[in-house]
Design a protein around this ligand. Structure first.
Ligand SMILES: NC(=O)c1ccc[n+]([C@@H]2O[C@H](COP(=O)([O-])OP(=O)(O)OC[C@H]3O[C@@H](n4cnc5c(N)ncnc54)[C@H](OP(=O)(O)O)[C@@H]3O)[C@@H](O)[C@H]2O)c1
Length: 259
């Protein structure tokens, strides 16, 4: 069976992933594979994209917090006769709480989804991309990657990992024709904040839309940037982090998410 190149988007059932799927369907003809747990939402989105843009869209319902779930995802993609040309590791969640008060299984799930599954999928797609001398990997990090953040201690650390790993990988794979980008959104109006229990915080007052984040992310991927911070107000954050003492940045980050 001949294979068709595809874009896989994890966490496409809402928020930034859904916005990325819509914008990609409108701008490219590459087959899309939408991945998340809520298949009802994915199927509705798939139908909408097929109807409006005539693009091939497949749905894979999967819990990426399950250790080894990436194997299932890769097999499902291969069974569809698809080969991954573009991987968007977007699925992720955070919890606004003190680490000591979080159930350990939620902490483990967060690390598994935000870091381990993302790394396993990235590792798995690289050989095919190298062989074709082309490929795109977009990893959704966060502005939480730039400094430690009290109440988001583990979440911030997972995003610091995503940022560091992606920027290094971008440098490693540039010569092989593979573009890698870490996207660092600030607070964005999505279900993330319901899941995180993040309501009433300062960060919530300065929110971008997922559509704006997706647009900036895709434009920057096209340019070959290894990293982009989305949202005008967030752009100075990497510089501010280098200029101000770390303890001040930690205090400010904690203030922005205090409830
Ligand atoms: N919103 C923000 O303020 C913000 C800021 C910076 C970075 N980010 C990052 O942006 C990314 C997208 O989040 P979002 O803001 O768009 O939030 P969202 O609307 O809650 O989307 C999260 C997506 O991840 C999927 N997901 C969650 N757990 C999963 C699991 N175990 N297995 C498979 N899929 C799972 C969800 O689908 P199902 O529930 O259907 O599985 C959903 O599609 C995340 O990595 C987040 O950390 C968000």
């Amino acid at each position: 069976m001949s294979t068709t190149l595809a874009t896989v988007i994890t966490g496409a059932s809402s928020g930034i992933g859904e916005a990325l799927a819509k914008q990609l369907a409108a701008s490219e003809q590459q087959a899309l594979v939408l991945v998340a747990r809520r298949t009802d939402k994915l199927n509705t989105l798939a139908q909408e994209l097929k109807t409006h843009h005539g693009v091939r869209v497949e749905v894979i319902g999967l819990d990426l917090e399950k250790p080894g779930a990436y194997v299932e995802l890769l097999k499902a993609v291969s069974d569809l006769g698809l080969e991954i040309d573009t991987l968007i590791n977007n699925a992720g969640f955070g919890l606004n709480d003190l680490l000591a008060d979080m159930p350990l299984d939620r902490v483990q799930g967060m690390m598994q989804l935000n870091m381990v599954a993302l790394t396993e999928l990235t590792h798995a797609v690289l050989p095919g991309m190298r062989a074709r001398k082309q490929g795109r990997i977009m990893n959704i990090a966060s502005v939480a990657a730039f400094q430690p953040c009290p109440r988001f201690a583990v979440y911030g650390a997972t995003k610091a990992y995503v940022l560091s790993m992606s920027e290094a990988l971008a440098a490693e794979e540039k010569k092989n024709g593979i573009k890698v980008i870490a996207v660092c959104p600030g607070a964005t109006r999505t279900e993330f904040h319901d899941v995180a229990g993040n309501h009433g915080t300062l960060a919530m007052k300065l929110m971008d839309t997922p559509e704006t984040v997706a647009k900036t992310a895709l434009r920057s991927l096209k340019c070959g940037c290894p990293m982009v911070v989305t949202g005008l107000l967030n752009k100075p954050l990497p510089l501010v982090n280098r200029l101000l003492p770390r303890c001040v940045m930690v205090w400010l980050a904690g203030k922005s998410v205090a409830r």
